[in-house]
Design a protein around this ligand. Structure first.
Ligand code: UDP
Ligand code: GLC
Ligand code: MN
Length: 324
């Protein structure tokens, strides 16, 4: 359908990696809808070029900021003021209906049926289920609504400093008025909910259609070894489910990295993928590498990177080298 679209937002290169994986996951599950990415001016040329290969439309928007540091500090996420930019999606009036998806979501099966729902449909927030989570929602672009939303922002601000606070204030009958606007949780399975209610995850998790890597640590914050299919970092601490993280990284390393490599040309490019220690000197990481002292300190505090640098395999290799 030409007048229906999935829409995401990426104001910088990091979130663009998420947007690329999201776009790919929608395509892999044969969506018939258009794909639109709203981007900030900060997004680099090569990254824009890759987004344009995955998305039907890549539109540059002005980055809005709530400037509401007090509320954002309360949620310990000073970076989220920028999510006000999401409100631009209401101005995409060439589409009659859209589904907005955060750049940190991953689609696990076809979800085109979401277009049968009406504005504003969304799933409950795992932290406060009388609010909807604004990582996935159905909406109808309209300049009138867009104007009213911006006006609402200036008059009332946002109780969380980000778009979710504004949207819940504006669509404030969501919790009670119409149950058909409550999307099942499987359309926005927040990875943190997995550990807060593990038995429910065991019972229903297999039906998940969209996983949302909500929280400070995003899939692209980790490093990944594509050969061993392993993720480094304290995966459990971040609350993400290792198998969903692995799904994200498998798609990123197999489909997105090759495209990025083409568009980066001679410039340095950090994929976030690492090769097994000792096999190559080109180990790359999105995160700053820890010095030997820092690693020792972490180890002594019981924060060893058991799956990565401090894995049994790596320690054994090091011992073998010493013994030789
Ligand atoms: N976002 C962005 N740049 C930023 C922060 C957020 O483009 O610096 C967009 C992106 O689409 C992201 C969404 O806003 O998925 C909401 O932010 P985030 O997912 O980090 O919030 P969370 O779901 O963790 O609360
Ligand atoms: C949330 C949502 C995210 C939103 C942010 C700021 O936790 O997951 O989509 O942008 O809050 O309101
Ligand atoms: Mn999110």
């Amino acid at each position: 359908m030409a007048d229906q679209a999935f829409v995401t937002l990426a104001t910088n290169d990091s979130y663009s990696r998420g947007a690329m994986v999201l776009g790919k996951s929608l395509r892999n599950h044969n969506t018939t809808k258009k794909l639109v990415a709203l981007i900030g001016r900060e997004v680099s040329e090569p990254v824009q070029a890759v987004l344009k290969r995955i998305y039907d439309e890549v539109r540059t928007v002005d980055v809005l900021d709530s400037g509401d540091t007090a509320h954002l500090a309360m949620m310990k996420r000073p970076d989220l003021g920028i999510t006000f930019t999401k409100l631009h999606c209401w101005s995409l009036t060439q589409y009659s209906k859209c589904v907005f998806m955060d750049a940190d979501t991953l689609v696990l099966s076809n979800i085109d049926e979401l277009f049968d729902r009406e504005e504003l449909s969304a799933a409950p927030d795992p932290g406060w289920p009388d609010c909807f989570n604004s990582g996935v929602f159905v909406f109808c672009p309209s300049m009138e609504t867009y104007g009213k939303l911006l006006q609402y922002c200036t008059e009332h601000g946002s109780f969380d400093g980000g778009d979710q606070g504004v949207l819940n204030g504006f669509f404030n009958t969501w919790a009670t008025a119409d149950i058909s606007k409550h999307l099942p949780f499987i359309y926005n399975l927040s990875s943190i909910a997995i550990y807060t209610y593990t038995p429910a995850f065991k019972q229903y998790g297999g039906n998940a259609k969209v996983v949302h890597f909500l929280g400070k640590t995003k899939p692209w914050s980790y490093t990944f070894d594509p050969k061993a299919k392993q993720i480094s970092g304290s995966v459990h601490e971040a609350g993400a489910h290792p198998s969903f993280l692995l799904d994200w990284w498998t798609l990123y390393s197999s489909s997105v990295v090759p495209m990025l490599q083409v568009h980066y040309g001679e410039q340095p490019f950090h994929s976030g993928c690492v090769e097994i220690e000792g096999s190559s000197s080109s180990a790359r990481s999105l995160e700053p590498q820890l010095s030997s002292d820092e690693r020792r300190q972490k180890w002594e505090q019981g924060q060893a990177d058991y799956m990565g640098t401090d894995s049994f395999e790596n320690i054994q290799k090091k011992l073998d080298r010493f013994l030789k």
